[in-house]
Design a binder for this molecule. Structure first.
Ligand SMILES: [Fe+2]
Ligand SMILES: [Fe+2]
Length: 265
């Protein structure tokens, strides 16, 4: 079976380019599981319930996020509205699983594809150069072991290449794919690890590439040159959809291939 994972969707340019491409990629590859990282889908910062539902309408089965998950306050109420009900749409929006106990929302999800294949999605956040959360390695141990599904996709939202690669090897043979997000720059290291886990350090951003990681260049430059606070806005030009297409065995969950996708206008 084929799985498509769409990297960090950034603002309306990101949503628009995903809308333009996702259907034909899903159809031509018979994709059965579609996961998108939505942490920047609302103007570059966070995700709103309305935007989450817009992405579900595009066919997303599960949405992952990352450190920007709390930028839009409405998401907290949305998380709480699901109240753990696996059938609720809000339950299929994840925040990193290794946030402190008691944080609203859930970090993993288990469902079944239209053709009846059980799957799991796990969202984790790194700790290197990021906020201090629980150990993503031990949290992964616990949550992967608890999953009934064999087809398991892990989104490791992290800054450091080494931490993501370490998690890939740590989970090799236990999950279908370990895919990195957060840096917004796709890496050319996609591979299937020795025990059958597909891996890519960063899938890259689905958003405006004429930017500094999605934001208008002048605004980011001003921040670096002055160290003063200022507004950040999503850039507009050169939108591209970055994604990873993974082929795996639906019974064992082991991956046989991973392909890097980058689709522009
Ligand atoms: Fe992001
Ligand atoms: Fe991020």
């Amino acid at each position: 079976m084929n799985i498509l994972f769409v990297g960090d969707i950034f603002g309306s340019p990101g949503r628009k380019i995903v809308r333009e491409h996702v259907h034909h990629v899903v159809e031509s590859n018979k994709v059965e599981l579609l996961v998108m990282n939505a942490e920047n889908s609302a103007g570059g910062f966070g995700v709103t319930p309305a935007i989450a539902e817009e992405l579900f309408e595009l066919g997303a089965d599960v949405l992952t996020t990352g450190n920007h998950v709390w930028d839009k306050k409405e998401i907290i109420e949305y998380f709480n509205s699901a109240n753990g009900d696996a059938k609720a749409q809000a339950r299929r929006v994840l925040r990193p699983a290794n946030y402190p106990a008691g944080t609203p929302g859930f970090g993993s999800y288990e469902g079944t594809t239209k053709s009846g294949v059980p799957y799991g999605v796990l969202n984790l956040q790194g700790r290197v150069f990021m906020a201090t959360n629980d150990d993503p390695f031990r949290v992964a141990d616990r949550l992967v072991a608890a999953m009934k599904a064999k087809v398991i996709l892990v989104d490791i939202h992290a800054e450091a290449t080494s931490e993501k690669m370490a998690l890939g090897h740590y989970l090799d043979g236990r999950v279908t794919a370990v895919l990195g997000t957060h840096t917004h720059v796709p890496t050319a290291d996609e591979c299937v690890l020795p025990n059958g886990t597909a891996y890519q350090t960063d899938v890259g951003m689905s958003g405006p590439y004429d930017s500094i990681i999605g934001v208008e260049k002048e605004m980011v430059l001003k921040r670096f040159l002055t160290n003063m606070p200022g507004k950040f806005e999503a850039a507009k030009n050169d939108p591209r959809m970055a994604a990873a297409l993974i082929e795996c065995d639906a019974t064992s969950g082991r991956a046989s291939s991973i392909k890097r996708l980058m689709l522009g206008q």
